[in-house]
Design a protein around this ligand. Structure first.
Ligand SMILES: Cc1cc2nc3c(=O)[nH]c(=O)nc-3n(C[C@H](O)[C@H](O)[C@H](O)COP(=O)(O)OP(=O)(O)OC[C@H]3O[C@@H](n4cnc5c(N)ncnc54)[C@H](O)[C@@H]3O)c2cc1C
Length: 399
């Protein structure tokens, strides 16, 4: 008699759906913890002017996975953060600047091109003992109390004790497990581009708060022929995004320089641009039978304050801690422990990012006053400054 599909399935301890940055980090981490791991999905190597600002604990985690040394030279340190209220509000405080040394750190974090980090994670995954990479997508999921069965688009089947849903915002694993998701689209898009500029950034990231959202310049390391480089994430209305997408490089560079108040001097666009819709998503549960969600599958919000992947890597670290040493990594108790450990951090970050974005868009005097007073207090009150910086870099709620 021919075996049924689940009898013929290859067995593993952890099956990671999605080979984005959160998924590859999870696959490497579980394999380094001694589990038999399968990682499925095509490599996600996003260019489009995208970089990721990684905070200190994320870099420590990548270091523990053996990934960071391969990319460190391609990342730029962020030693300072400048915030400029450019909303035109009557209550705009003067620009404020935070320095990592105020909280006894050398850097707040590091900024790196997505493609460079994705390549390093891909290379580490390819040589990690205990980890099998398959590039096919998962076509079907069956979650049962004893184990999960996954069928790939190429027909192969796997049985896993734990499925890690690292399959991004649309997350087919989340849908298959029946986890509901609340989503909100904002009337904004983010333009992303890499820039070469005349003046040095001094390892300081600058965030202009405009009425259409933040305009954030983040340091990048020098490249041949370009000693001064930064990445830009510019949130704006959909109409402005469409207009700017049609500009030639020189005209766009001039608009960027004007918005940056010529802080970094004349600018030149490097390579391709990206345009991304801004949205927020929250899930009803982080876990279901034999499934744990991590990264953008678990939460998504506008790119404000370098939160998305940093939160995703904290998910991965917490999931490995909660499940890898339990005899059965997909047992309900281990999954519940993971969900409990992440609830406050995810809720707080999602609310904080959404709140700041709403406050910028509001154009309403009482909200402007509250936002102006808040920023002025952050600039002037030492203990509050330091608490904010510490919470931004190494959140207490994540512990
Ligand atoms: C403009 C912008 C700037 C940002 N800047 C920062 C920043 O500075 N710092 C920061 O921390 N975060 C930042 N983020 C957020 C960060 O980029 C994301 O949080 C992160 O890339 C999400 O990674 P992920 O692996 O969870 O998801 P994704 O990158 O979406 O990967 C999911 C993967 O799953 C795959 N997949 C889907 N379905 C299947 C299937 N059935 N089978 C197999 N694979 C499947 C997809 O193809 C994809 O490759 C930014 C985001 C944007 C838009």
């Amino acid at each position: 008699m021919a075996p049924t599909r689940s009898e013929a399935a290859e067995a593993c301890d952890a099956f990671v759906v999605g080979a984005g940055m959160a998924g590859l980090a999870a696959a490497i981490g579980f394999a380094r913890a001694g589990l038999r791991v399968v990682s499925a999905g095509a490599p996600e190597r996003l260019g489009q002017g995208r970089t990721v600002a990684l905070l200190g604990p994320s870099v420590d985690f990548l270091e523990s996975l053996g990934v960071w040394p391969a990319v460190e030279a391609r990342a730029a340190p962020m030693r300072g953060l400048r915030i400029v209220d450019d909303t035109g509000s009557l209550f705009a405080p003067p620009p404020i600047e935070f320095r990592a040394r105020e909280i006894g750190r050398d850097v707040f974090g590091w900024n790196i091109e997505n493609a460079a980090l994705a390549d390093a994670l891909g290379a580490a995954a390819a040589t990690q003992p205990g980890l099998v990479r398959v590039e096919a997508d998962v076509a079907a999921f069956e979650f049962a109390p004893a184990r999960a069965t996954l069928t790939l688009a190429d027909g192969r089947a796997f049985a896993a004790a734990l499925v890690v849903g690292a399959d991004g915002r649309a997350s087919p694993s989340r849908r298959a497990a029946g986890i509901s998701v609340g989503a909100r689209r904002y009337p904004q898009r983010a333009l992303t581009v890499l820039i070469a500029h005349a003046r040095p950034h001094g390892d300081v990231s600058t965030e202009f708060h405009t009425r259409q959202g933040p305009f954030t310049l983040v340091p990048l390391p020098a490249a041949p022929g370009a000693p001064n480089r930064s990445s830009l994430v510019w949130a704006m209305s959909e109409a402005e995004a469409n207009r700017r997408a049609a500009l030639d490089d020189e005209s766009l560079a001039r608009e960027i320089e004007r918005q940056a108040r010529s802080l970094l001097g004349a600018m030149r666009i490097e390579g391709e641009r990206g345009i991304f819709p801004l949205a927020r998503q929250s899930v009803a549960r982080l876990v279901a039978t034999r499934l744990a969600l991590v990264g953008d599958a678990a939460h998504a919000f506008p790119p404000i304050g370098a939160q998305g992947l940093n939160l995703g890597l904290r998910d991965v670290k917490a999931l490995i801690a909660a499940t890898a040493t339990s005899g059965d990594p997909g047992a309900d108790a281990a999954l519940e422990a993971y969900a409990r450990s992440r609830a406050a951090d995810v809720l707080f970050r999602t609310a904080a990012v959404a709140g700041l974005n709403r406050a910028l868009l509001a154009d309403c005097a009482p909200i402007d006053l509250a936002r102006g007073l808040g920023l002025a207090a952050l600039g002037a009150i030492g203990p509050l400054r330091r608490l904010t910086m510490r919470e931004g870099v190494a959140p207490l709620l994540a512990d």
